[in-house]
Structures are given as C-alpha cells and as structure tokens.
Design a protein around this ligand. Structure first.
Ligand code: G3H
Ligand code: 13P
Ligand code: ZN
Length: 316
C-alpha cells in the first residue's frame, strides 16, 4: 500500500529510521519489495531524475503500481530524490508521488529559499510533503560536483531560518556524509554533535541523512577479485546509524550499496560463466542478494518488524 511520507514519519519519529532506497530498474524494484516484505518494514522507494530518465518515469510508475498489487502487505511511500524545480512540479502534479525532494542546496541561501518555497506552496496545495536541503554534502551529486574539502555542514541558525521561511516538512542535513563509494578521506567523519544541535534547534522536524551507504568492504573485495577497481572505497559505519533516530533522523538514503551488489553479481557472472548468455541468471541472483541486503539494512535502522505499528497508526 502506498502511504504518505507524513504517515511514515509520524510512526517512526524518535523511534526508528526508515530506509529510503533508490531504484532504477525492475530487478531493483522486485528485490526491494521482497526484502521489505521479508523484514516486515515500512520503506521509502525513491526515484532520482537520473532513474526517471533511464527507465522512463511511466515505466517505473507502472512497475511500482504492479508491485503494490503483488505485495498487498507491504507499506511504502514514493519519493522524488534530488528533484530540481521541473521534476518537482511534474512529480507533484503526477498524483503518484507521496513526497518530493527539492534540492536547491547548490544555490545561495536566498535563492534556495525562493525555489524551495515555490515548490512547497505547490506541493502543499496537493497534500504532498517536501524535503529540502541546506548545506552541502561532499562527493558527487547529479549535475553538481562538490569538492569534499569544500563540503560544508548545515549551519544551525541558517537551518532554523530556512525551515521557517520555506515551510518545508523535512530537512536533508549535511553532517559529514557524502554520496558515492568514496566517503571519508583523511580525517573526515560524521559530525554527530552538529546533528544533535540541529535536532535541539528544530525539535520535531524530521531530518534526512543522505549519502549513508556503508560500502561494505566485502563487496569492495568481491568487485576487485572479479576485475573491478575500487581501491579506497569507504562508507558510513552502519553501527553509527543505529541510534540516529534519537536525534530526529527519520529517513536514511541508500543508493550506492545497491549498485555495489549489482556490480559484484554481474562481474562474478561474467568471470565465472564465460559461456553464460542468460541475463536472467545474474538478474535472479541480484534480486535475491539485494532483497537480503535491504532486510539487513532495515534491522540496522530499526524499521524491521514495524509494519504493524504503521498499520495501527493508519487505522486512527
Ligand atoms: O544522491 C544521488 C543518488 O545516489 C541518485 O543517483 O542521480 O545517479 O540516480 P543518480
Ligand atoms: P549513497 O551514495 O551513500 O548511497 O547516498 C544515496 C543518497 O543520498 C540518495 O539521495
Ligand atoms: Zn542524496
């Protein structure tokens, strides 16, 4: 069942975090539904502009709506990840998305406020929730390269002003994580102190952690053993994410880890089955491994076995 992000956040706030997983194709969508069904977890399925362009937004919508029918016991929200103004307005009008992210964090404070406010006004008219971002993560976001060294953390006073001025419903904060497979070079780390300060200044406001893949070293080794090159790849220690719900983090974004599993499975298939030509063989294995990975992440985030709590809340 597709629910609003508002309902999921109400059930989770302060108690657990919800995994927000990026999908691009059928195998990821099926793996995601199976993994969440397995672990009885509510989840957020998120679609980036790149995914909409790659698979086609209608194809993704059709696949997800079919999965919604095939997995009637599963509860999830559909979210636009890192939207710009065009994709945000389009998703608001589509009637499919539960919530959208407008990411104007690369702009000046004033421009970020102006763009975000326009999107919030439109979204709220239609009952859609808005995630916005202030501060900049390191690493590479779609169309934006932010030098890790120059990445700046979310400023507490600015964040307060930003939320007041825009009316956004949740806030993506930059607290030291970054997108992609190469996080934390040198002395970089997650700034839990900043997260706590933000939570104190904005009590009750759902916060979102982007760039939270853990880049498991066993996955990196599998990829390298099968001919890939990922030396230096490093992610967030997943144990560091077990308690972030206590500081208002209700949504944790994961994309890269799913890409790593895809790469391991397909590299190994090509290495070990030189005569293999059936794309369904690695496809089946990927779906199974991805489903198991999702179930594991849900355990870490505390969302596993929370489906009944969400159902109870929905009855009220
Ligand atoms: O934060 C960005 C997500 O990992 C989405 O990546 O824009 O390449 O689909 P993408
Ligand atoms: P990762 O690159 O760490 O998976 O982050 C994904 C993300 O933040 C999507 O918005
Ligand atoms: Zn992100």
């Amino acid at each position: 069942m597709i629910v609003t992000t508002k309902e999921l956040f109400a059930a989770a706030y302060g108690k657990f975090s919800i995994g927000a997983y990026n999908i691009n194709n059928m195998e990821q969508i099926l793996g995601l539904f199976r993994g969440n069904q397995q672990s009885k977890a509510p989840f957020i399925l998120q679609i980036s502009r790149g995914a909409r362009k790659y698979a086609g937004k209608q194809i993704l919508e059709a696949l997800i709506r079919e999965c919604d029918k095939m997995f009637p016991d599963v509860i999830f929200a559909v979210h636009l990840d890192h939207g710009d103004e065009d994709s945000a307005h389009d998703s608001i009008d589509s009637g499919f998305y539960s919530s959208i992210m407008i990411d104007a964090s690369m702009e000046s404070f004033e421009k970020n406020v102006e763009i975000t406010k326009r999107v919030v006004d439109h979204a709220h008219e239609k009952g859609i929730r808005v995630e916005a971002e202030i501060g900049q993560l390191g690493g590479v976001e779609e169309h934006i390269a932010v030098d890790e060294a120059n990445a700046h953390l979310t400023d507490v006073e600015e964040a307060k002003k930003f939320v007041e001025m825009t009316g956004c419903d949740s806030l993506a904060v930059a607290v030291g994580t970054s997108h992609g497979a190469y996080k934390f070079s040198g002395s970089q780390k997650i700034h839990f102190d900043r997260l706590q300060e933000l939570n104190k200044a904005l009590p009750g406001l759902p916060m979102v952690m982007h760039g939270s893949s853990s880049v498991p070293q066993e996955e990196v080794q599998r990829i390298e053993a099968a001919g890939g090159k990922l030396s230096g790849a490093k992610g967030v220690n997943e144990n560091d994410l077990r308690d972030v719900h206590k500081y208002g983090v209700v949504k944790i974004n994961i994309d890269t880890d799913g890409r790593l599993i895809w790469t391991s499975v397909h590299r190994e298939y090509l290495r070990d089955k030189p005569a293999g030509i059936d794309l369904r063989d690695p496809g089946k294995q990927y779906m199974e491994e991805y489903a198991n990975f999702i179930a594991h992440k849900n355990e870490v985030f505390g969302s596993a076995n929370q489906i009944d709590a969400v159902k109870e809340l929905l009855k009220k």
